[in-house]
Design a protein around this ligand. Structure first.
Ligand code: FES
Ligand SMILES: [Fe+2]
Length: 330
């Protein structure tokens, strides 16, 4: 049976990094190579030549096709071998084919699905704000983290660490209580609504602290979307809720690369300032994330201790169990 991880779309790199030369990436412990063909389309193959097993990423791009560095076999974007230079009149066939992956560009990132035949049905993270042309879109990251993708998602869903890890930023010491949250199953995963926390600054314009409400949506094992529910006094028009999606490349079971795709309604803030804020927040999370043991997220209900304010992480662990996720969990 195909593992669920192969039926997901995973971010692998910033789209600008892939040009007309081989670009190696690692996804789910598989070495891959990407390049742009002459139409500007990103192509992707397993980084292994079918001839003698050399890394295709050592090669070069020749008229939009990837040429192996060892004997010069040439591969088109779907993996078909088009030339064996030692036998220029030979018509290469299926046994000379390299193994392709499905590739797409979205949200400024390149995404890969390992199961080419089923890529059409593979799961994308939901990010409704992405299609709201009125919002300003930014990518923060990448951040390399020595832990599993599920530990990172769980941290993203967790508000009870704000007043400790992000004291003075997303939370405040002395305001650590988390009101009861509500978790509901959805058709494709689950939603958390009414997630409230005290923040020292509720918006760019506020001068004092107050309670803010977030909602979360999870429909992909290695991603989640957070939406800030606007304060009625903020003047944010309907449909302009700010949101962030966490996009994770699981390189191995316990190492990842992370981006945050943000849709913000603030058009005046400098990009550098918005990204610097996100860098600061993640620099606070990273040492805690990397200290958590085991790095793989334990799914057995009794392995770690859960209290009522951990409803979101309990719902997340159940969701991973339901999907039979095996990569990054224990
Ligand atoms: S190993 Fe790639 S062409 Fe021979
Ligand atoms: Fe955090």
């Amino acid at each position: 049976m195909t593992p669920i991880e192969h039926l997901l779309w995973h971010p692998v790199c910033d789209a600008r990094q892939v040009q007309e030369e081989p670009f190696p990436v690692v996804l789910l412990e598989q070495a891959l190579v990407l390049w742009r063909d002459q139409n500007g389309t990103v192509c992707g193959l397993h980084d292994r030549c079918p001839h003698r097993g050399a890394s295709l990423s050592l090669g070069r791009v020749c008229h939009g096709q990837l040429q192996c560095a060892y004997h010069g076999w040439l591969f088109a974007g779907q993996g078909d071998c088009t030339l064996v230079p030692a036998l220029p009149h030979f018509q290469p066939g299926p046994t000379q084919q390299a193994k392709a992956v499905a590739v797409a560009e979205r949200m400024g990132l390149v995404w890969v699905c390992l199961d080419v035949a089923n890529a059409e049905q593979a799961i994308w993270p939901t990010f409704a704000a992405e299609w709201n042309a009125g919002m300003r879109k930014l990518n923060a990251g990448p951040y390399d983290v020595a832990t599993s993708a599920p530990r990172i998602v769980e941290n993203f869903l967790d508000m009870s660490h704000f007043s400790f890890v992000h004291d003075g930023w997303l939370g405040e010491a002395g305001h650590s209580e988390i009101p009861d949250i509500s978790s509901q199953e959805s058709e494709t995963g689950f939603k958390i609504t009414q997630s409230q926390v005290w923040q020292p600054n509720t918006s760019a314009l506020s001068t004092e602290g107050g309670m803010v409400s977030y909602s979360y949506e999870v429909n992909h094992p290695y991603s989640a979307v957070l939406t800030k529910i606007p304060d009625p006094q903020s003047g944010v028009p309907p449909g302009y809720e700010e949101s962030i999606v966490v996009c994770i490349l699981p390189k191995s079971p316990d190492s990842c690369r992370v981006w945050f795709r943000m849709a913000v309604a603030d058009f005046d803030a400098d990009v550098e300032d918005v990204l610097a804020f996100q860098d600061k927040i993640f620099s606070q999370d990273k040492p805690v994330l990397e200290s958590q043991m085991p790095r793989l997220l334990p799914l057995h209900a009794k392995t770690e201790s859960h209290v009522a304010s951990d409803k979101a992480s309990v719902a997340y662990r159940r969701f991973l169990q339901k999907l039979a996720v095996t990569f990054g969990v224990c």
